[in-house]
Design a protein around this ligand. Structure first.
Ligand SMILES: C[S@@+](CC[C@H](N)C(=O)[O-])C[C@H]1O[C@@H](n2cnc3c(N)ncnc32)[C@H](O)[C@@H]1O
Length: 290
């Protein structure tokens, strides 16, 4: 897989730098970028060559939400290495969500968790490859934590932006009747399907595409989960709402605490109300009820 690396330079005042870095990362993510790293003068990020949407990136920069900010970037081929292999070789340590769920690297037996004293714990093996979702990120863990508080047994669950499939797999292991996941990244779709097989989950369907796939999914869902980013959530909340059943729940994450008001405003327009929220390291998870 060929990657490009971009070095973004942001000219702004010192007190706005962090906000600019965060916003730029959001915008770049929509143009296909991943693996963001803050530098002293901006950010550095990687993008798969065939996923790079230059037009979207340039449009975002041209219309950057913080005034009087100059953003330039330099982009070149990333060192040609097998990212996939490097990621897999590193492995990741088991990640516990409370004492009910543990996510472990299925490729690395030496990193398997010792759960002998917790016979009831739900174990989820993930081969992450390049997809997002090992439980290492606050947003993933918060959604799982919220899911654990809900009646999931026999419910229908939708996992938007499924990544490795981790949220859908957890729902399935909690006894969901069936799960539908989707992702705009083909690699993630393959990875989520693979992880479903790995975990013996046979009631999770994984679709390729954005929220428009929901127009072709029949029936409604009891729980809709989406860990994407503020702008996509704002765009897609109406569709999410349209596939929720009466009394259904929407769990959102992938945004910062300062984004809550605008998301709640949208929720209100759609007849959704806040049930609870969780914040971890400024990342936020909102649980909304119909
Ligand atoms: C932050 S990751 C979340 C992965 C996983 N659900 C988790 O919670 O760890 C966001 C995922 O959404 C996908 N994505 C980004 N924009 C999307 C869109 N418009 N529609 C569907 N998926 C999208 C990305 O490819 C990525 O896999």
């Amino acid at each position: 897989m060929k990657y490009l690396v971009a070095t973004f330079n942001i000219e702004t005042s010192a007190d706005l730098m962090q906000a600019c870095q965060d916003l730029l990362a959001d915008g770049a993510a929509e143009a296909g970028f991943e693996s963001f790293e803050e530098t002293e003068t901006g950010i550095e990020a990687y993008v798969q060559k065939d996923l790079f949407d230059k037009e979207a990136l340039d449009a975002y920069i041209a219309d950057f939400p913080i005034m009087d900010t100059q953003i330039t970037y330099d982009i070149q081929d990333a060192e040609d290495k097998d990212w996939n292999q490097e990621w897999e070789e590193q492995g990741f340590d088991p990640i516990f969500v409370g004492d009910q769920v543990v996510i472990y690297d299925a490729k690395h037996p030496e990193l398997y968790p010792d759960t002998s004293d917790r016979p009831d714990i739900i174990e989820i093996g993930i081969e992450a490859k390049l997809a997002f979702g090992t439980g290492n990120h606050e947003t993933t863990r918060m959604i799982i934590a919220q899911l654990l508080k809900m009646p999931v047994k026999t419910k229908r669950i939708l996992d938007c932006g499924t990544g490795t499939g981790i949220l859908g797999l957890t729902a399935s292991k909690l006894g969901a009747k069936d799960v539908v996941g989707y992702d705009i990244d083909e690699w993630s779709v393959e990875n989520a399907k693979h992880n479903a097989v790995l975990n013996g989950v046979d009631n999770m369907e994984v679709l390729f595409g954005n929220s428009s796939v929901l127009n072709h999914v029949s029936g409604v869902f009891d729980v809709v989960m989406a860990n994407i980013n503020r702008n996509i959530l704002l765009e897609d909340m109406k569709l999410f709402r349209s596939v929720m059943n009466m009394g259904g729940t929407l769990i959102l994450s992938g945004f910062y605490e300062e984004d809550v008001p605008v998301l709640l405003e949208k929720a209100d327009e759609l007849g959704l109300h806040e049930i609870t929220r969780q914040v971890d390291n400024n990342w936020t998870c909102l649980v909304l009820g119909a």
